[in-house]
Design a protein around this ligand. Structure first.
Ligand code: FAD
Length: 467
């Protein structure tokens, strides 16, 4: 160890303060373990703070498939009047919307309740190993370098940085070599709901609707658009191949995009989140220079979409540009290879597993270039299980992964990457670490899954009893 390097010890270190990491740290803390949550950025919550819908917490039937820590966060949001939902998209899924400004406080309340120590502005740059165990992680920030030792390391970095540095095998993309586009969310306020919903009802040809047999349920597009109006919330998906966007592309007033997704963030501010931008040049999210090179283009795209909405979509005439996401959104980097690899087949068939520790319900959702996007629904509006082995990286004894770096094929990750399952996986690994420490297991594989499941159920996680 360098003479200048500081040393701290925790029982559990969680790397990454996104949806998975927040849940993992809260769960480890809830399990009574001294937990450090390390985040390279300036705030905790990751994409939970961008304003987009939180998908994969309910299946298309409206059954909750994620509970536990996620429900604690939603309850905090509700207490501060920042919870909207659950809502139906009348396309593929049901989801929850929250006010991202309130979510910032909710995240901290939950972490504080479980006595998690946050460490922001800090990058994990290396690990120290002893055989198949990680004994420490080297962190760097303005105070210099610190070695943090711990019993368990939970990699919730999205990119699988810690597991990869420790020697776990991983994959990036597949034979196609494609990587999902980078995007930047933004919000618009003072949106008039009624004219917007009336426009949607009058022009269902512009909307992505009833993309699963279960949701369509024999209904026409016009009936589905009417159902959106009855729901009364601005939850619309303008499709890239619909006449509205196609005309704007021909007039050079918009760029090709699969969807312009509009979802509510605050009724009081009449505010929506808009997901429309994309740079699809197979940029790897771990290439910081390449990601930085997209920021101006994404900002200009956000402005273009805002102008398009103001000009062409009733209800947006007097809308104000209200906020831009704090970071470029990265959908796909490393997938750590674990003891089980979640496949596309398993998810679309709504497969159930004995060793389930988390669930998801979003369709396989792989964004591509131009107006292309793979969207494959889960059978019968159901949910799929995420088995324990998806969170246990090969070759490592005391490291678990959760979130979008889970062990999955590209298709499996294309659904499990949504925030609901990320939080459920986080809950599972945080709880597993707490149990593993109590039982003094040398290798996390010795942990009886039944004991983990029992603890998760006790804490409100949903592992069974739903489609
Ligand atoms: C544009 C876009 C749109 C999306 N739309 C939706 C949607 O509508 N609904 C939905 O549910 N999901 C959506 N998703 C997916 C979802 O938001 C993400 O996959 C999910 O939030 C990932 O959570 P995570 O915790 O696994 O990873 P991340 O959110 O990526 O968090 C990882 C954290 O780790 C930190 N980190 C990484 N490496 C290090 C390191 N070495 N040292 C220190 N810190 C590190 C990062 O700064 C980051 O904050 C979208 C994603 C994107 C990008």
């Amino acid at each position: 160890m360098s003479r200048n390097m500081k040393h701290r010890h925790f029982e559990v270190v969680v790397l990454g303060g996104g949806a998975a990491g927040v849940a993992a740290a809260a769960a480890a803390g809830k399990g009574g373990k001294r937990t450090l949550l390390v985040e390279a950025g300036p705030m905790l919550g990751g994409e939970l703070l961008s304003g987009m819908s939180i998908d994969g917490v309910l299946n298309a039937r409206g059954e909750w498939v994620v509970g536990g820590i996620a429900r604690e966060l939603f309850d905090e949001c509700r207490n501060m009047d920042g919870f909207i939902g659950p809502l139906h998209d009348f396309r593929l899924i049901c989801y929850v919307c929250c006010d991202p400004e309130v979510m910032k406080i909710a995240v901290m309340r939950v972490l504080d309740r479980h006595r998690v120590t946050p460490l922001l502005y800090t990058l994990a740059e290396d690990v120290v190993t002893d055989g198949n165990r990680v004994t420490g992680v080297i962190l760097v920030n303005k105070s210099g370098r610190t070695l943090v030792t711990a019993e368990y390391f939970l990699d919730c970095s999205g990119d699988g940085d810690l597991a990869a540095m420790a020697g776990a095998p991983y994959e990036i993309s597949d034979a196609s070599g494609e990587l999902q586009p980078l995007s930047l969310m933004f919000r618009m306020s003072n949106v008039q709901n009624q004219p917007l919903l009336d426009f949607a009802r009058r022009h269902p040809e512009n909307l992505a609707l009833g993309e699963s047999d279960y949701i369509r349920g024999g209904r026409t597009d016009a009936e589905l658009a009417e159902a959106i109006q009855r729901q009364g919330q601005p939850t619309l998906f303008f499709k890239g191949n619909g006449p509205l966007i196609q005309q704007a592309i021909r007039d050079e007033e918009h760029f090709p995009t699969a969807l312009i997704m509009i979802q509510p963030t605050s009724s009081a501010r009449r505010e929506v989140c808009v997901n429309a931008t994309r740079v699809a040049r197979n940029i790897l999210g771990t290439d910081s220079a390449a990601v930085s090179g997209t920021i101006s283009e994404l900002m200009e795209q956000a402005w273009t979409t805002a102008e398009f909405l103001r000009k062409r979509v009733p209800g947006f005439e007097n809308a104000t540009f209200a906020g831009i996401a704090p970071r470029v959104g990265i959908r796909e980097t490393r997938r750590i290879i674990g003891e089980h690899v979640l496949t596309g087949e398993e998810v679309i068939n709504a497969s159930k597993h004995k060793d389930v520790v988390a669930k998801g319900a979003q369709h396989v959702d792989i964004h591509q270039d131009g107006i292309r996007q793979v969207r494959i629904p889960i059978a019968n509006g159901g949910s799929y299980d995420i088995p324990w082995g998806c969170l246990v990286p090969k070759k490592l004894a005391n490291v678990l992964v959760a979130g979008r770096c889970l062990s999955a094929t590209r298709e499996g990750m294309g659904t499990a990457r949504t925030m609901g399952p990320c939080m459920a996986m986080g809950h599972a690994v945080g709880t597993a670490a707490a149990l593993g420490i109590e039982s003094r297991f040398k290798d996390v594989r010795q942990l009886p899954v039944l004991a983990l499941q029992e603890k998760l159920r006790e804490q409100g996680a949903v592992l069974d009893g739903v489609h």
